[in-house]
Write a new protein. Structure first.
Length: 324
């Protein structure tokens, strides 16, 4: 087995076993700190015009991705110079830190447990940790829906897409993707502050997620059938509602999850006190309940395993089975 496949595979297993230890500094936080630092410095240098903001946003993307991918390359070269097995170990740990399957499940299940204990205030606080919308108005169903949507969308962003990039090019590609994804989450907003400055990051995130999001959706359709969920419904809703989102990628896995569970997701939501009108995804055959959070996580895990097998197989096919 080649090193790329082995590093990503070991990282995947480590994530399933241990998740993200809270005591361990996460590299994505360092990327976030780098983005904030560079944003301040770039804004201080570029003109406060449309052209200046666009140029500054492009410069931010170039610098952040160069550093985020360059540091892992340097560490792997240094580790490989010491010993090939050390390179494998360091690369596997990097891949482990790029995946978020277990942490996604753990954080969403905190919401589920609070709801099952009839602790609505606690559930709102727990869901506020994983969504960006206002939570003070959310009912039990609204909280359940928000958690399910987060699991469905992040099945691609937090698990399948990083795995895809790692299988394609190792930890360096994985960190490149995480840098782009983190920039989009921090500056990719269509508001007064980031309309132009964040445009390059948002567009690059759309490009990077285009293939992984669609592969994730088809893998999730397959997983829904294998897990005894409504596979036909997943396929039908995917075909109908996969474009019901402002982002070209976000509704891909969300539509599959809605169809597999037989529920309606998305719709209007409040952000910073402002109501945003959004299309719905799926069909409201029944209310969304806390148990759906468990089912969404089960579907996410099944999709992740299928992704590991598919992407790993493609990696071996493309790069061969040699091991260095």
């Amino acid at each position: 087995m080649n090193q790329l496949t082995l590093m990503a595979g070991i990282g995947f297993l480590l994530d399933l076993l241990f998740g993200d230890p809270h005591w361990l500094p996460h590299p994505v936080r360092l990327i976030g700190a780098l983005i904030s630092c560079l944003e301040r410095k770039i804004r201080a240098c570029v003109p406060k015009t449309k052209g200046g903001e666009l140029f500054g946003g492009v410069l931010l993307v170039i610098l952040v991705t160069a550093v985020s991918a360059g540091v892992p390359v340097g560490l792997l070269l240094l580790a490989g110079w010491v010993h090939p097995h050390l390179c494998l170990t360091v690369g596997s740990l990097m891949c482990y830190q790029l995946l978020a399957a277990k942490s996604l499940k753990a954080e969403s299940m905190k919401v589920c447990h609070k709801l099952e204990a009839s602790d609505l205030a606690g559930a709102r606080k727990a869901v506020s940790m994983i969504v960006g919308r206002d939570v003070d108005r959310l009912s039990e169903e609204g909280i359940s829906k928000a958690a399910v949507e987060t699991v469905a969308e992040n099945a691609s962003d937090g698990v399948l897409a990083p795995l895809f990039f790692m299988m394609a090019g190792g930890p360096a590609f994985g960190f490149f993707y995480k840098a782009v994804n983190t920039m989009d989450s921090m500056v990719g907003y269509k508001n007064e502050r980031y309309l132009y400055f964040g445009r390059a990051a948002a567009r690059l995130d759309d490009v990077c997620n285009f293939i992984p999001a669609r592969l994730s959706a088809w893998l999730m359709i397959a997983a829904s059938g294998l897990l005894g969920m409504d596979g036909r419904g997943a396929l039908r809703i995917y075909r109908r509602d996969r474009k019901n989102h402002a982002s070209p990628n976000s509704a891909q896995t969300e539509s599959v999850c809605a169809g597999a569970l037989g529920v309606e997701l998305a719709g209007d939501a409040w952000y910073f006190g402002v109501l945003h009108r959004k299309k719905t995804i799926g069909e409201a055959k029944r209310p969304v309940v806390p148990q759906d959070i468990r089912l969404a996580n089960r579907l996410m895990y099944g999709t992740a395993v299928l992704g590991l097998l598919l992407f790993g197989g493609l990696s071996v096919l493309i790069y061969g089975v040699w091991f260095v």
